[in-house]
Design a protein around this ligand. Structure first.
Ligand code: ADP
Ligand code: ADP
Ligand code: MG
Length: 556
């Protein structure tokens, strides 16, 4: 159990979607219309007395621990810097918690957790009696630690036969390649196969979807779910659709990023994600965010017709061994076009041609649009502070100050070379949006961002696009984000690494149906939050939706 602070605050029911549990009949109308006009007492998170762990004297403090469950997948959801990886390290025995003291021994740690579900686990960790397999967050570090081929790495680390996992995750064709020469998505799959082929009691996956496309994310979830038929599995994940599909239970983590983090009670996966989006934890009676995150179920936007701003012609772009064929299309004023498709199908190539970073086979696409472009891999050799970087870049100052600046202002005093992946991503998206342009191109903006940052940037992208009446194109593999941000979709299909075909932009319904049909997966919507939820295979919904061709947009 996590003990909550006793600080309480009174809230008008009209401001908060909260009502005392005694009165609540679950009617769902309380947000604005509660007939009781109730004033309820809601706890706000406050730092608690005794942490499970504290880094250094004034360092980050962690309160509570998540609980691994046999034969289940437990998901952990929460912002960056809230202590998720720290929890995983403690559960895995890599980090001995110190209870915020100088001299805590295992006996103290077990006493501290006496009577709690986690006690038995900690006793086993203390005795070295639990075998843990960990897929670390940062797969980019693997090539620095291992010099050799993928096959050598897997033969060296595997305790079980890894071939089956390697086949399922399409790692087998990579076995002869050097670890230092494979892409991020390939590295991620290798790391997952390595973790799966350990002989362990508990399997921990720290952000397994980074760099993976939607199909690869689905394959990963299927393999991990199968693993959980016999083992305890824990997953940290920021892709809500994946976390939802993958997990049986969730812990929500909240607090103040970088300062302290609190682990919620264990919740069912649907409830946990919905409470996370609400910003309110029911069992704890705890509001940890003032606002809820809500997914507007947009009317299918086929009918919506903005004014055409630009037209791009059909073109092809070929490299040695790869070519992509793009059908020309219209870009309308004030719309966001989501771009979906597998890895290595030509999405980034398409953006590079629009941005005139690459030439099409025909030398030019012949248009005069002014482009702002955030590439997939953001690199900068700027050595000053974020403030200096922001000042040095040409931009629309009114737009920047009114909508964009607040997303990056907290980073102003940080030095650019010291930014984390997520921080650099936030700065890059902000600068791309702030540039005075006709078309803004964003290649994988969600990489390294947590759920709240994804949603915040999705809102900013929409606001900027509408206000400036430009067109924004967004390549991203997060289906929840694409649903949130896009007015229309552009779908890429083909044979990854060999040939790609880009369909012209189409309405959300048609685009999602085209895309999801290719993946063999259907989605419904959560009735409370409107968020898209993948149907589990074999359910009646799946066959109904597939036979009617509606892979998306159906309500619950
Ligand atoms: P998350 O996985 O939720 O992003 P982490 O558990 O990695 O968060 O980190 C939580 C906080 O603890 C961060 O503020 C981080 O800077 C800090 N932290 C992590 N590891 C260490 C360490 N070894 N020494 C000091 N501080 C650390
Ligand atoms: P996506 O963005 O869909 O993941 P890309 O457009 O980045 O795909 O790449 C498509 C294919 O083109 C990949 O097989 C990639 O290896 C290849 N490719 C991309 N850029 C080049 C280049 N400059 N030279 C040769 N091949 C390239
Ligand atoms: Mg790409």
């Amino acid at each position: 159990m996590v003990r909550m602070g006793d600080k309480t605050i009174e809230h008008e029911a009209s401001e908060q979607p909260v009502i005392s549990e005694d009165m609540c009949s679950g009617c769902g109308i309380c947000v604005k219309k509660c007939p009781y006009g109730a004033i309820t007492i809601v706890n706000l998170p406050e730092e608690l007395e005794d942490p499970v762990h504290q880094y250094g004297k004034n360092g980050f403090r962690l309160f509570g621990l998540p609980v691994p469950k046999p034969k289940s997948v437990v998901g952990i959801i929460g912002p960056n810097g809230i202590g998720k990886s720290t929890c995983i390290k403690i559960l895995g025995g890599q980090l001995v918690p110190n209870l915020g003291r100088d001299n805590a021994a295992w006996k103290d740690i077990i006493d501290y957790h006496r009577g709690q579900e986690i006690q038995a686990h900690l006793e086993r960790v203390a005795q070295g009696g639990v075998r843990i397999s960990l897929k670390p967050q940062n797969v980019d570090a693997i090539p620095h630690a291992f010099d050799g081929t993928v096959g050598e790495l897997l033969s060296r680390t595997a305790e079980l036969d890894y071939k089956g996992f390697a086949d399922e995750l399409e790692v087998t064709p990579l076995e002869h390649k050097r670890v230092s020469e494979i892409s991020g998505g390939e590295l991620q799959r290798v790391a997952i196969v390595a973790a799966l082929s350990k002989d362990a009691d508990i399997y921990l996956f720290d952000e397994p979807t980074s760099y993976l496309d939607v199909r690869q994310r689905l394959r990963m979830t299927r393999v991990v779910r199968k693993l959980a038929e016999g083992k305890a599995v824990m997953v940290i994940e920021h892709d809500l659709a994946v976390l939802d599909y993958l997990s049986d239970f969730t812990h929500v983590m909240f607090g103040q990023a970088g300062a302290y983090g609190i682990v919620s009670t264990l919740k069912g996966v649907r409830v946990g994600i919905n409470e996370f989006l609400d910003g309110f934890l029911r069992a704890e009676n705890m509001r940890f965010r003032p606002n809820e995150i809500k997914f507007a179920v947009k009317p299918p936007s086929e009918e919506w017709r903005g004014k055409v701003a630009f037209e791009f012609p059909s073109f092809t772009k070929s490299y040695e061994g790869f070519s992509v064929e793009v059908s020309g299309g219209q870009l309308r004023k004030g719309e966001v076009i989501g771009v979906l498709g597998p890895n290595a199908i030509g999405k980034s190539t398409f953006m590079k041609v629009l941005a005139a970073v690459e030439k099409p086979d025909s030398e030019s696409i012949g248009w005069s649009a002014r482009i702002s472009y955030k590439p997939q891999y953001v690199r900068t050799d700027f050595e000053g502070s974020v403030r200096e970087l922001v000042q040095s870049v040409p931009k629309d100052n009114d737009l920047f100050q009114s909508i964009i600046e607040r997303e990056v202002a907290p980073l102003y005093d940080n030095m650019v070379p010291e930014l984390s992946g997520g921080e650099l991503q936030r700065v890059s998206i902000a600068l791309a949006l702030a540039r005075d342009a006709d078309i803004c191109l964003l290649d994988e903006p969600s990489a390294f961002l947590d759920v709240e940052q994804r949603v915040k940037f999705a809102e900013v992208i929409r606001k900027v696009t509408e206000k400036t009446e430009r067109t924004t194109l967004v390549i991203d593999h997060d289906i929840t984000l694409q649903d949130y941000v896009s007015d229309r979709l552009m779908v890429f299909e083909g044979e990854p690494g060999v040939r790609g075909k880009a369909h012209k932009p189409e309405g959300m319904r048609a685009g999602m149906n085209r895309f999801l049909r290719g993946q063999g997966i259907t989605y419904r919507r959560d009735p409370n939050t409107g968020r898209p939820r993948a149907n589990k295979p074999g359910s009646q919904k799946v066959s109904e939706q597939k036979s009617s061709g509606q892979y998306y947009y159906t309500s619950e």
